[in-house]
Design a protein around this ligand. Sequence first.
Ligand code: HEC
Length: 279
Amino acid sequence: MTRFKFTLLSGTIVPLVVGLGVALATSEPSGAAAPTGATQTAANPCAAKNPCAAASTAPGACVVPRLAQAAMKNPCAAANPCAAKNPCAAKSPCGPANPCAAKNPCAAAPAEVELSREESAAAYACLRDGIRSALEKSGYGPIQGYFGWQNVAIAPYQSATHGMRYVNNYANAAAGAYARFEKAGKLPAGSVVVKDSFLAEPDGRLSAGPIFVMEKMPPGFLAASGDWRYAIIMPDGSLGGQTNGPGSANVAFCIECHAGAADQDHLFFLPEEYRVTAR
Ligand code: HEC
């Protein structure tokens, strides 16, 4: 399975993606009641003494209760409450444009945090409003309204190749055949596949991640990418890069890795256990 081959590369690739992971504090409380599995936090008594905790417990932030409670039992947290957070992330000096990324300290991969399907679904539900406002703020035309498209993932799953983030895969109407997975064939121009993402930290904190986009352009757009235009929308709504557009170099690594699936139109699909039933 090609998928696993690329998982092995994640040691070098993940940092590139991670460098983009400017954590988003989802400051807007969701209107709907948070479902079980992810809740928005109340004030943390440890917060005042601990500058890292302060950020993590901002009212309205989404958390995974099971992990947050475990972290709380260990009052004011493990030796280094900041450890889970990539200290480089805020400054983001390690974006994909930086060729030294693999060697620099930002290379530390984020911890592998395992969420149940219920937890990942609840986490996503809590973060959705924040993701939606980043989407709208971005004004990125090809993906507006994607929440209304088909999500081929039954629950967000963890993607080693996209910074260990939990992700979904949405396909627009033109990309309808995407839901047939390996039998999809070549998708037509106008197809758009959107992978939105979030990060779960060991202490239960959740933050929205980038939105990864593949848009099929007319033939002749770019042979190396199979005519896909890649784009990455940052959690603050800014455009991190777009193939043959602004910040094109920042998304060159997307093309390179996805070219490993050139025999299936540069698409990797998702782990079988997370797929909606193929049509
Ligand atoms: C190291 C390899 C690798 C890199 C780098 C990579 N991807 Fe992916 N991508 C995958 C794999 C594997 C999948 C399917 C499994 C998954 O989601 O983890 C995937 C799935 C996707 C999908 C869903 C369509 C599909 O292939 O089924 C989109 C959209 C996507 N990636 C966008 C991007 C963008 C945008 C970038 C660059 C910012 C990027 N990817 C970088 C490996 C990679």
